[in-house]
Design a protein around this ligand. Sequence first.
Ligand code: ADP
Ligand code: TRP
Length: 333
Amino acid sequence: MFENKCILTGVKPTGKPHIGNYFGAIKPAVELGHQASRFNLFIADYHAINFMKDAEILQREIKEIACIYLAAGLNPKTDYFYRQSDIPEINEITTILYAFTPKGFMNKSHAYKACVEKNLADNKPADDGVNMGLYTYPTLMAADILAMDTDIVPVGKDQIQHVEIARDIAGAVNAYYDRDLLKLPEYVTANNVSVLPGTDGRKMSKSYNNVIPIFEDEKIVKKAVYATITDSKPIEEPKNPEDVFVYQIYKCLATPEQTAEMADGLKNGKLGYGHIKAMLLDVILEQTRDAKAVYDYYMAHYDEVRGFLEDGAARARPYAQRTLQRLKETLFG
Ligand code: ADP
Ligand code: TRP
């Protein structure tokens, strides 16, 4: 489907993902990446230091996210899997791109604007806690993308603007020199992926504290599943499945047959909340069992993962070197 194309995406190491992140973003990104001739997936550690400066925590989160992507099917031999900080050319390219980035682009970037809005709402100075890393974040992100001659960037809605900024900056460089120095990237949003509700019926999200964790021990997953909010209707009272949060989560993960079985049981007063929570737990454990084995293996053998990341950086780096060389030759003669 994306023959002769490069798909690239970056992930920030920011805390343990939940099943919403895993089924809604991580797995679909890997599946999409595998439709392209070249799939780059990197850990955005230079982006992470804007808000996380504790090396120990950062290392832990990098390890975690790396093992999760391997569990989701990333192929460390054929995909380009690397840490951003292992490719220093990205930072040199960033410096070059600054010279073509209107300051106004940064002012209107969502990530920065969201901080300003929050500060103002909290009666703080507009730029309180905003460092230059956060402010100029879209330019580094543009360099991540442009360095690798990326065709397509799969994104959630919040990142569309950043890819547009990368495209605009690349367009400005190309227009200035009247040459195709940088490839113009496009974004795709995975619109066939459902938003998983959390244990309180709202979107599952770290910020709502309503998550079901991924790849934890069964006991911990069970505790989260059984904490899903239900009312006090007795088993025999017929229920509308769409009003039942457990069912709403279940239908995102179960087969159509399993989903129909739960819906019928609820409508006919044959299934109580205890039953359906057990069914939900089963389907989560079933859908994550093989991946969890991979995750557990790599968490226990992280040296192998480090090797993959080094190898990925060594294979990806020549792309960034060539891009940088093209730019420097043009800029400095
Ligand atoms: P959170 O809301 O837990 O903080 P993030 O905003 O960090 O999650 O999202 C990381 C990625 O996971 C994004 O691509 C986002 O679209 C996806 N994602 C987050 N929550 C869900 C969900 N409940 N269902 C599906 N995808 C989700
Ligand atoms: N900004 C992205 C996020 O917050 C992470 C990221 C950094 C990225 N560089 C990228 C994503 C390049 C796609 C392409 O999730």
